[in-house]
Design a protein around this ligand. Sequence first.
Ligand SMILES: *Cc1c(COP(=O)(O)O)cnc(C)c1O
Length: 439
Amino acid sequence: MMFVSTRSAAEVGIDQALVDGIAADGGLFIPHELPAFKPEDFAGAESIPDVAGILLAPFFAGSRLEHELEPIVAETFRFPIPLTGLASESGTVAMLELFHGPTAAFKDVGAGFLAACLARLEADPPTTPITILVATSGDTGGAVAAAFDGRPGMRVVVLFPDGRVSERQAHQLSCWSDNVLTLRVTGTFDECQALAKAALADPALSSEYRFSSANSINIGRLLPQSTYYAHASLSHFRATGRAPGFIVPTGNLGNALACILAREMGLPIGPIILATNANRTIGDYFETLEWLPRVSLETLASAMDVGNPSNMERLRSMLGEADVLRERLGVLAVDDPEIEAAIRKDYEEFGFASCPHTATATHTWRRLDDAARRGEDWILVATAHPAKFETVVEPLIGRTLDLPPELAEILSRPARSVAVSPELDAVAEAMHKHFGRGA
Ligand SMILES: *Cc1c(COP(=O)(O)O)cnc(C)c1O
């Protein structure tokens, strides 16, 4: 299958889209057309890797990876993604737990898949290893570092804002093999992002290190995420004959777009509601029909602190503008006091400890009117393990959270990172010192 940019009709194959990350014209890659499935097409596909193999095959037709999809999928979906029923008196509701991967957040799926693809595309090694640059406000950098850790011919540079991520997040960004260089930048997340962009745009540095990016707009992170929506909806549909609705916590629309695409491809999915934090750009767009990106606000659901969701460009290009989108998607903005109340209530009502991001979805579900809550079967999407955000969650539920084993293992490793000022020269110097001079 060919991919086009959201900004022009120039076509590339998926292999190039994976390596480039972003189109030459600055747009995002989208599939030329979406495959159309019926639930019967997945007959006999029970496991997540089975479903992934069928769902993703059309996108890889003609790719160098066409015949390697099976091992790529097996490598990506190494951890469980359970759909857990919640005991509730006000309707049928379940939690899709996306946090059982190595860094305990849903981003492990996309990062793992992208790394598995790039490792194979780079297997015929060019003289210069590829260097993945990733600016992170917390979760992305850990997932990407974990996915690329120790892979030959591939390097990662993580840039994170010093003092602005949790202690556990900082550790999780800084405990990897020599092919991962972690830079703690004395600046903000925006400065980290600007640094990554400046490095990508610097001709000398980018030819020396062969930069690529693994941020959430890479199509290789988006596509595999549709798999868990396909699998969960098929399981529910097979068991009940009903297409479940999904409520998805959303910042940059990466995870939610994967759900929307699964429905567009014909999977049995009912209503989709986007749950944002106090960053209301999407909700305001649906209401006013005007796209007005803004500076992001800090909230308890920090991984969703996005004022200018970049995947909206993809959504508008693939589905339409706000007048169309608001007919097909719900949206609710959830503020910090509502997040805190939802964390308490989830623990009381379900015995489930929600992370602050997940709590935006549970709050949204409780805000549905009774008819909507009982009229559909709902799947709420849990995006991270609560123990990653223990300073928020533990006081609210009044107990200490156990660390999941994957996270405990990571946190027991020695950590190291290099402090740099938010200047390109400082980043280049740190890279030269760590990796040596490139070609
Ligand atoms: C990244 C992240 C989100 C937001 O995902 P998007 O794809 O940016 O919408 C939500 N929750 C957690 C825990 C995250 O790490």
